[in-house]
Design a protein around this ligand. Sequence first.
Ligand SMILES: Nc1ncnc2c1ncn2[C@@H]1O[C@H](COP(=O)(O)OP(=O)(O)OP(=O)(O)O)[C@@H](O)[C@H]1O
Length: 246
Amino acid sequence: MLQTQLLCKSFGALLATNEVTLNVRQGTIHSIIGPNGAGKTTLFNLLAGVFPPTSGKVLFKKEDISMRTVHERCLLGIGRSFQVTSIFPELSVAENVRLACQTKSGLGRSLFRTAASNSEINDRADAILDFMGILALRDEPAGTIPYGSQRSLDVAIAIGTEPELLLLDEPTSGMSPDDTLRMIDLIDRLAERFTIVLIEHHMNVVMSISDTISVLQGGKIIAKGTPDEIQNNDIVKKAYLGESTW
Ligand SMILES: Nc1ncnc2c1ncn2[C@@H]1O[C@H](COP(=O)(O)OP(=O)(O)OP(=O)(O)O)[C@@H](O)[C@H]1O
């Protein structure tokens, strides 16, 4: 569904993404992990369209989307959550998701919204909040809900754009162990409906839910395989040596 071909991104002399070739198959969870500074966020931004590659290509359903903007990729069916939460803190939890739902339907730009369409969007937003376990918080200002719930709202916003492919950037970062377990379970359930690319720092988060894992170090893919293959890979063990995240 999503492929990259020899993808490169330079910042001055630094090659933050170095000839990354990925093949994310439809209906799978493909995790991209790596130690600090490995280039995970840069790769995520290249997939999401935050900036274009220096060279190489990003293909979505065989179409070259390398130069497409974030918004264009969203309309094509690529949704993403952010490591830094992207919510509107003054708006209610439900309003945040409704806005995302309108991005795709075009109602956000229409002066002629019908009551029926609005109620459809309300119902959809509520269903997403229910799925993410935060429906009880629907009328709270989004900026006031607990951090773990804000991360769930982030994912809810991404789902609201009706993606086929969901890009998740460290969805458990900064979460308590309990919230982390809840988020892992949710990602597992999301995989029944979406193809997922999960960017993660913590190896243990991805082990139980991933179909495929690609390991980044110094901007390069140093290993690819199933969780079992990755866990037993000596090059990967060495890359994570000294980190407490194995
Ligand atoms: N906008 C930028 N300008 C210059 N250098 C950058 C920029 N963004 C990232 N880098 C550099 O690119 C390299 C990869 O950074 P990146 O943030 O992608 O890694 P990461 O794996 O996400 O790290 P972490 O897990 O610590 O967030 C780092 O050396 C970083 O300093």
